[in-house]
Write a protein that binds this ligand. Structure first.
Ligand code: XMP
Length: 324
């Protein structure tokens, strides 16, 4: 029967044979799949795996720094790219969700492309990067085949493909036969930190699709603060590991409030937490009222610019997990 240890042994051995002395380049996202794929490749070829981690400025609070540090800690050959301002510039004035996704996808490829050139430029004469590493898992393979149908236009999710074409790279996907729970078991066998393995799914475009309407650096900052309070409280109360996914959404409305003798007119955030098996259907999570009350108070008292917090009690379908 299948075991994670046996999978690691056979996969590392076959990667060694397949890749030899070749160089591989790979984009990491901080998510479970790309991290586990990178650690496997790293065991097989060491420093010949070149990892790139792009900060699009739309991750959770402090996440870029923390994840970069844990990658360095794991001994990965990783290069961080601070591309925040370029992403914000390209997104300025854009409010349509699919356009946001397309802009972010294209900007990401530009950044990766440039970082890949830089990696190539540092290699000795005659040595070329030949492979693109990817954290594709089995359900992604199935989805990228099946999304050719009419549902393909619902959301342009996926990160399968996305090859920078200048480099004619071959693709290596060590996890493409595994389901998510198997990836987690392989990650555990490889010693990947529980903080990475237990992480909720997080959309590639990140907070861009949790800020309804136009994105500004200020809205990102406010949302990161509120979300940080939410996620910390979920962790401290033991709820983080009981929900499939949770996040905070910045709504495109302001509402009236009162502070002392003054009326305020400030922003509203929505909290979302759902239970799910695969993201295809989802039920809203019945978080305890006391916990919601604590989170709401903390957000309103500590995050300047927010005077109202609401909780999303919609399930999928017909609602979706994200609001955009
Ligand atoms: P929805 O909102 O469609 O989300 O119910 C289902 C799952 O997909 C994630 N999601 C995305 N992931 N790029 C991604 O990589 C995207 O554009 C995107 N949109 C939604 C969502 O977070 C949930 O886990």
């Amino acid at each position: 029967s299948w075991t994670a240890d046996a999978f690691v042994d056979t996969t590392v051995a076959s990667l060694k044979e397949k890749l030899g002395d070749d160089h591989v380049i790979m984009a990491l996202s901080g998510g479970v799949d790309s991290t586990v794929a990178a650690v496997l490749l790293h065991q097989a070829i060491g420093k010949n795996l070149h990892c790139i981690f792009v900060d699009h400025g739309l991750l959770r609070k402090n996440e870029y720094e923390q994840v970069l540090e844990s990658y360095q800690h794991m001994g990965l050959n990783i290069k961080g790219v601070n591309a925040k301002d370029r992403f914000y510039q390209k997104l300025a004035g854009v409010s349509e969700p699919e356009r946001k996704r397309k802009i972010i996808g294209a900007a990401f490829i530009d950044e990766f492309d440039e970082a890949a050139h830089a990696v190539q430029a540092e290699l000795p004469e005659g040595v070329a990067v030949k492979w693109l590493g990817q954290g594709t898992i089995y359900p992604d393979v199935i989805e990228s085949i099946s999304v050719k149908g009419p549902s393909a236009t619902i959301k342009s999710h996926h990160n399968v493909g996305g090859l920078p074409d200048f480099m004619k790279l071959k693709v290596v996907e060590p996890l493409n036969t595994l389901f998510k729970d198997e990836v987690r078991r392989v990650g555990k066998a490889l010693g990947v930190a529980p903080s990475i393995l237990g992480r909720h799914p997080f959309p590639g475009p990140g907070l861009a699709i949790r800020i309804l309407g136009e994105i500004t650096a200020e809205k990102v900052r406010i949302l990161q603060e509120a979300d940080d309070i939410y996620i910390r409280n979920l962790r401290e109360s033991g709820w983080y590991d009981k929900v499939w996914q949770a996040g905070t959404i910045f709504l495109p409305v302001q509402s009236v409030g009162v502070m002392g003798d003054e009326r305020t007119y400030e922003h509203v955030v929505a909290l979302r937490a759902v239970g799910s098996l695969d993201g295809m259907t989802a039920d809203w999570t019945h978080l305890p009222y006391e916990l919601l009350a604590k989170i709401s108070n903390e957000i309103i008292n500590h995050v300047k610019g927010i005077n109202r917090v609401v909780y999303d009690i919609s399930s999928k379908p017909p609602a979706t997990i994200e609001w955009e």
